[in-house]
Design a binder for this molecule. Structure first.
Ligand code: SF4
Length: 360
């Protein structure tokens, strides 16, 4: 049934279909991804949002096939322009990493090589991906540093990562990742390690540059304010599943899944009196996750059937899907009255502090 979700994107760059990933640890098998479905259209920015440990980064790393022991991709498909990346050899996969799909991480200084100058690292990326002589690549590296608005790029090209501020290092990472003009940029919490004052600058720069090269972005974040300001669509994850997917405006103003509704209700809201709302219970241990809908022990609408089968993504309305039995044919979904408790300003005036914390 998630098929209907895939049908809504006419020209997908990426389709993640029924993806299962486990980690074999000394405590037991961590069932990290439990049939994740996700689609990104050409030129779209899709936010992947959820609490720490819900599987956002595992999903992102799976797309690049960067899951290492003790993790294992156990099933599903990852279609990039229709080609299943899971069916490629490691050698074939290397052609996609960097050139077609780039990834930018939270900590730029960890991702950059401390032993080489910024210019040398960008030039190497250009030389490898564009098959250019190193001299030409070095000249191009300086131009690229200019496009990410680094003042005095000639000077910065000769500096080492530890000599740069966090914001400068993230600009340099952006330059390196976008130099091969990838079709998809995966950005894993790209601004969480930066000062609030420069977070917006980096996000704006990233979206502007990606638009110029007509690429798409999968933006991983736990900040609903960032989603509201940046993303065309949003996928909400809970305990290894995408539980809701739709346009950002639709999901944030009319959340359909009880978990999304709980997240939005839990945001601080100056207009509301009394203690902050919290979702009852705690995030499940993925070594022994609840059967059926993994949210059922915490859900105020749970029915006996919810503990039996994992719900598929069902249509709430055109382009909006929720993995919840309340949207099965003949059922009315979440009661309208439940929306009254949502803060009115999440979409209209996204709050920079609208982060998804540990709901336990
Ligand atoms: Fe709640 Fe059942 Fe829907 Fe899960 S499937 S969110 S338990 S109503």
């Amino acid at each position: 049934m998630a098929e209907q979700m895939f049908d809504t994107v006419s020209s997908p760059i990426l389709e993640v279909r029924d993806l299962f990933v486990n980690f074999y640890t000394y405590r037991g098998v961590v069932r990290a991804l439990n049939g994740v479905n996700l689609t990104i259209g050409r030129g779209e920015i899709v936010g992947l949002v959820g609490e720490t440990g819900c599987g956002k980064s595992v999903t992102a790393r799976s797309v690049l096939r960067l899951i290492r022991y003790p993790g294992k991709i156990e099933g599903g498909q990852i279609l990039f322009e229709g080609q299943d990346l899971l069916a490629l050899s490691e050698r074939e996969m290397r052609e996609f990493r960097g050139r077609q799909i780039s990834m930018i991480m939270q900590e730029p200084k960890v991702s950059l090589n401390p032993a080489f100058t910024i210019g040398a690292q960008i030039a190497e990326s250009i030389a490898i991906h564009d098959y250019k002589p190193l001299d030409d690549a070095q000249t191009e590296a300086i131009e690229i540093l200019r496009t990410v608005r680094i003042a005095d790029p000639e000077q910065v090209a000769h500096q080492y990562p530890h000599e740069l501020s966090g914001g400068m290092a993230q600009r340099a990472m952006l330059a390196m990742m976008l130099a091969p003009r990838p079709k998809l940029l995966i950005a894993d919490e790209p601004t969480s390690a930066l000062d609030v004052t420069i977070q917006a600058q980096i996000l704006n720069l990233m979206t502007e540059l990606v638009e110029q090269i007509e690429a798409s972005i999968l933006l991983i974040t736990h900040d609903l304010g960032v989603v509201a300001e940046t993303c065309d669509k949003v996928a909400v994850m809970y305990a290894g599943n995408v539980v809701e997917y739709g346009t950002t405006e639709e999901v944030l103003t009319n959340p359909a899944h009880p978990y999304t509704r709980g997240l939005l209700r839990a945001l601080p809201n100056l207009a509301r009196q009394g203690p902050l709302y919290t979702i009852r219970g705690s995030v499940p241990d993925l070594v022994d996750p609840p059967a059926g809908c993994r949210f059922h022990p915490r859900c105020e609408y749970a029915m006996s059937e919810c503990a039996v089968e994992r719900p598929d993504l069902l249509t709430v309305k055109q382009g909006h899907f929720a993995a919840c039995v309340l949207y099965e044919e003949g059922r009315d979904g979440i009661p309208d009255a439940a929306h009254d408790e949502l803060p009115a300003n999440v979409w209209a005036n996204p709050d920079a502090s609208a982060t998804v914390g540990e709901q336990s």
